[in-house]
Design a protein. Structure first.
Length: 311
């Protein structure tokens, strides 16, 4: 059964004031209009809601029952509308973002801190995921959006908004880096012991594709999941580490140097990943805008913590 909210509102006014005339005055409507709405409501329900006398109006037993339900329903509706308004004004709510670990540990914290200062009522949840898991979370709409490398162009369900490019680089001993001041090619890398990111990383897929096109293979000495593990292995002299530039700590000491991969240059686009057609709340739109603005302006990169994963 579908009951017009206007009819319930008129019923509440008559019930609370005990008078059709006062209900009409309170709602700025005519007395016949209020009487007609009450009769229509009674016809829809099939019961009389009021005892009408020349002196007063009283609720019937069914009217008393409806009054309790109507008050509760309208109170819940008011609460829901208030929460929606607050969410629109970004006074409260929650946002969930999926991010590849290298960005979650380097560039994202500053953006989230700034957003939280402006909108303290919005709870933020960050899921650090490798690219395949990130895309699945966006696909299922488990998160509002993702932050990471550009997805495969064949995945048409995703929209990508780039905000920067990240270069692939090599960490090598300072003495050996003197021969590669302008960069190093994959052919030279193929003759060195390599410390490499786990196959769970989207960066690994990019590197493997470049090697296949060049007809080369790397001599992998060790694979690791965490950036800091690869850095420490390089410091210990186990080999040269291939890493995304954005994830390399600034304080490397005197033993290591950063050398870009230049033949061919390996660059990846980083940006915001969304599912095409997905509606976003005003808070999610504002955070997406903040991510893109922060990533495109000059800033000092943070070094990765020991637990930082490569992706």
């Amino acid at each position: 059964m579908s009951v017009n909210l206007k009819l319930l509102h008129s019923f509440l006014l008559v019930a609370e004031h005990g008078s059709f005339r006062q209900a009409a005055e309170q709602s700025h409507r005519s007395l016949p209009a209020i009487s007609m709405q009450i009769r229509r409501l009674e016809e829809q329900l099939g019961v009389s809601l009021f005892h009408r006398t020349t002196r007063r109006v009283q609720l019937t037993a069914e009217g008393q029952q409806l009054l309790a339900y109507a008050r509760r329903a309208l109170a819940e509706m008011e609460t829901g509308l208030r929460q929606i308004r607050q969410a629109v004004e970004m006074q409260q709510g929650r946002l969930s973002v999926a991010c590849v670990p290298t960005l979650a540990a380097t560039l994202l914290p500053g953006v989230l801190a700034e957003f939280s200062m402006q909108y303290p009522g919005v709870a933020l949840f960050v899921r650090e995921l490798a690219l395949p898991e990130l895309l699945e979370a966006v696909r299922r709409q488990d998160v509002d959006f993702g932050v990471g490398p550009r997805p495969d162009e064949r995945l048409h369900e995703f929209a990508f908004e780039p905000f920067m490019q990240d270069a692939i680089c090599v960490l090598m001993p300072a003495a050996g880096a003197k021969s590669y001041r302008r960069g190093i090619g994959l052919a030279a890398l193929s003759r060195m012991p390599i410390l490499l990111i786990s196959r769970q990383s989207g960066l690994r897929a990019m590197l493997d594709a470049a090697l296949q096109r060049s007809g080369l293979a790397l001599q992998i000495r060790c694979e690791a999941l965490y950036i800091q593990t690869l850095v420490e292995m390089a410091k210990a002299g186990m080999g040269v580490a291939v890493l995304p530039r954005i994830a390399v700590p600034e304080a490397l000491g005197e033993d290591l140097r950063i050398v870009p991969v230049t033949d061919p240059p390996l660059l990846r686009d980083l940006g915001v990943i969304t599912r095409r057609g997905q509606a976003h709340s005003p808070a999610a739109q504002r955070l997406r805008q903040g991510v893109c603005e922060a990533m495109t302006r000059p800033q000092r990169r943070a070094g990765g913590p020991a637990s930082q994963r490569a992706s």
